[in-house]
Structure formats: structure tokens, C-alpha cells
Design a protein around this ligand. Structure first.
Ligand code: FES
Length: 119
């Protein structure tokens, strides 16, 4: 089922709205102009993942023990145990075999439309 969740202008780049769709709600994110919709259900222990901060992550840098900050604004950090989730795919950084459910998003006549079938 398709749902108009907000006017596109109401979710600016870096913004998010949590809407009451699906079993636990759906977070609709704007990452640099592209919209993504994720379930508010963390695959680790069921935490309200969309209540977490939007951030980046670290990867190994070029020198020994060096770390590099990457993907700022593309990573969601669960508020319960800090698992990191790639907003653009739903895949967790912490355990790539586990994912947050994602939903198709389109912009139609200035509205952000999310397709969620679960009740
Ligand atoms: S419930 Fe999300 S990290 Fe544990």
C-alpha cells in the first residue's frame, strides 16, 4: 500500500520523519537529496533504530592504528547498542548479514510516497 508521508520540502537533506506505518513505524530519510525509508526495528535486539543519530562511521586509515571518518550523514546509529546501519541500503555495518527492512520511496507531485504492505 502506498502512503503520502510528507511534502518533499518538509524533509530537507539530512532530515528524517518517523511515520506510523508498518509494525513499529518507518523512518523516511533524505540523504543528500535521495529519500530512503527504513523500518524502526533494529535487527539486533528490536530497538527503535530510527530514534538513533544520523552520523558517519570509521574505517581503517592508511597508517597503522589510523582511522578515517567516512560517509557522514549516511549512517544511522541505533540508540540501544550503537549498531551502525547504512541508511541507503538498510545493511548493518556491524554485521552485514543483518539488515533493517527498507521500503520503496518515490516523489510524486512534491509528495514523498512510501510503499509499505505490512500491517
Ligand atoms: S537493538 Fe539496535 S543495536 Fe541493539
Amino acid at each position: 500500500m502506498r502512503h503520502r508521508v510528507a511534502r518533499a520540502a518538509e524533509i530537507p537533506p539530512g532530515g528524517m520523519v518517523l511515520v506510523p506505518l508498518g509494525r513499529r513505524g518507518v523512518g523516511v530519510y533524505n540523504v543528500r537529496g535521495a529519500f530512503h525509508a527504513l523500518s524502526n526495528l533494529c535487527p539486533h535486539a528490536g530497538g527503535p533504530v530510527c530514534r538513533g543519530d544520523v552520523t558517519g562511521t570509521t574505517v581503517a586509515g592508511g597508517a597503522p592504528y589510523a582511522q578515517e571518518w567516512v560517509r557522514d550523514g549516511e549512517i544511522l546509529r541505533c540508540p540501544w547498542h550503537a549498531w551502525e546501519i547504512d541508511i541507503t541500503t538498510g545493511r548493518t555495518i556491524t554485521d552485514p548479514t543483518r539488515t533493517v527492512a527498507t521500503y520503496p520511496v518515490t516523489v510524486e507531485d512534491g509528495w514523498v510516497v512510501v510503499e509499505v504492505d505490512e500491517r
